[in-house]
Design a protein around this ligand. Structure first.
Ligand SMILES: [Zn+2]
Ligand SMILES: [Zn+2]
Length: 348
């Protein structure tokens, strides 16, 4: 066991403060990672605030982790000391269910072991995330980070990147396909970049005209003002796939009508109120509304390799750990382009 420094919320909605946690010694299959960067995901705010219930305190958030290996267990063959690696939203799963066997650990029927705010498989040990100086993770749940990527910019790939990449692959997006992205935030800006590089023609749906220029810089062909009915009507039967990244309240129906026959709108956020869907909009056009959750380990590695090949990272604002609480306040107002990443290299 090793005591290390971290930042924790001690109760629901409490500010994050310096805190000490213990990490296990690296077992035969474990990798010990010195953390360099950790992204701040919107779900960190929700879990710190206990918005989804069942939060465990003190909580050390963080599941967009980038670091370097400082120690490996005896049975670790694919990684070595000094490698740049990442850890995403989960650090273990049952490894036996159909989903785990197919490499879709995010849908583990027993529930995956979350990187934080969760319990290890012993159901006793609380997991602590990346707002800390080190982490120890089983080798099967560690990702390799392409060397050519900016490491701070690569951190959000571990959640925002894979959350948008996985549905684009599942619904077979490639050249000739038209993709709509609802919302330009941490997820939306990655959705635009990835869909564009897969060859799709990408459009952004937004409520604010001010986002148009940036969306085009990121790779969007068009920007559609969603509150303008005429603009929405002009894009009826247009899209093969829509990535809905917005978790605030919004009516799905106007977007569904912009789908082609057999098109799909996929929910990536979790709206607080369940959406009301007009059956007509689905039936006339055999359209679907679906959901998608992050991605499995194999697909996450594939996404990282794709990003390495095409030099894709997230647009980030790097902060020191003493600015975490300020970043949370700004993130609540969507005041970031497009992801905060904590620089943890000072060893706290
Ligand atoms: Zn996340
Ligand atoms: Zn499983």
């Amino acid at each position: 066991m090793k005591t290390i420094k971290a930042f924790a919320a001690k109760t629901a909605n409490a500010p994050l403060v310096p805190f000490e946690i213990t990490r296990r010694d690296a077992g035969p299959n474990d990798i010990q990672i010195k953390i360099d960067y950790c992204g701040i995901c919107h779900s960190d705010l929700h879990q710190v605030a206990d918005d989804w219930g069942g939060s465990i305190y003190p909580m050390v958030p963080g599941h967009e982790i980038i670091g370097r290996i400082v120690n490996v267990g005896k049975k670790v063959k694919k990684f070595k000391i000094g490698d740049s690696v990442g850890v995403g939203c989960f650090v273990d799963s049952c490894r036996k269910c159909v989903s785990c066997k197919q490499g879709l650990q995010q849908y583990c029927t027993e529930g995956f072991v979350g990187t934080y705010n969760s319990y290890e498989k012993d159901r006793v040990t609380v997991t602590y995330g990346g707002y800390s100086s080190e982490i120890v993770v089983d080798q099967n749940y560690v990702l390799k980070i392409p060397k050519n990527l900016n490491m701070a910019g690569a951190a959000p790939l571990l959640c925002a990147g894979i959350t948008t990449y996985s549905p684009l692959c599942h619904w077979k997006i490639k050249k000739g396909k038209k993709v709509g992205v609802i919302g330009l935030g941490g997820l939306g800006h990655m959705g635009i970049k990835l869909a564009r590089k897969m060859g799709a023609e990408v459009s952004l749906f937004t409520t604010s005209e001010s986002k148009a220029k940036d969306a085009k810089r990121l790779g969007a062909r068009r920007v559609i003002l969603s509150k303008d009915k005429n603009q929405m009507d002009a894009f009826k039967n247009e899209f093969d796939l829509i990535l809905d990244t917005v978790s605030g309240p919004h009516d799905l129906n106007p977007y569904i009508t912009t789908l082609k026959r057999d098109g799909t709108l996929v929910l990536l956020g979790l709206p607080e109120k369940n959406p009301e869907i007009e059956a007509f909009n689905l039936v006339l056009g055999r359209r679907s509304v679906a959901g998608s959750l992050i991605g499995g380990i194999r697909e996450t590695q594939e996404m990282l390799n794709f990003c390495g090949k095409h030099k894709i990272t997230s647009d980030v604002e790097v902060i020191k750990p003493d600015k975490i609480n300020q970043a949370y306040e700004r993130l609540k107002l969507s005041d970031v382009k497009y992801r905060f990443v904590i620089d943890l290299r000072d060893r706290l």
